[in-house]
Unconditional design. Structure first.
Length: 145
């Protein structure tokens, strides 16, 4: 699909494109339910064997994700084309408990951005992976921070 500028057409991305965009993104937002209310955490991640992996400490994020359904989203836009995209992964968060899982996860190219120990390696096993691309209304007014 090649949406024309100003069109309201949405292209639904195939699974391979979604995973490519997930691999290329350096950070995303993890949506959880914490203390009965929705919350969102920015996390850096890597794609590993059809799953998403991130590291965290023994805090609120760890408690809100482990053994719960979560949603993870990455998005972006291509300034030259005026195209924006979004990919959402919905899945189940687990922590590697077997020694081989832990060792393999710690060898992934994943370094926490915040200082301090992040000993917990969480893996999101996807239930669904969906994505879409569309033409922005006026891409000259949108800036990347």
């Amino acid at each position: 699909m090649d949406p024309t500028p100003g069109s309201s057409q949405v292209e639904h991305l195939d699974l391979a494109t979604c995973w490519t965009l997930l691999r290329e993104a350096s950070t995303g937002r993890l949506a959880v339910v914490r203390d009965g209310a929705p919350d969102i955490f920015p996390v850096n991640h890597v794609v590993d064997h059809g799953t998403l992996v991130y590291r965290t400490a023994d805090g609120a994020l760890f408690r809100a994700t482990l053994h719960h359904d979560v949603a993870f989203e990455v998005d972006g836009h291509e300034a030259g084309t005026g195209q924006a995209w979004s990919v959402v992964v919905r899945g189940w968060a687990t922590e590697g408990r077997h020694l081989t899982d832990v060792v393999e996860s710690l060898q992934l190219p994943l370094a926490p951005w915040q200082p301090g120990a992040k000993p917990r390696v969480i893996r999101i096993e996807p239930h669904t992976v969906t994505g879409r691309r569309f033409t922005m209304t006026d891409s000259s007014r949108h800036h990347t921070v």
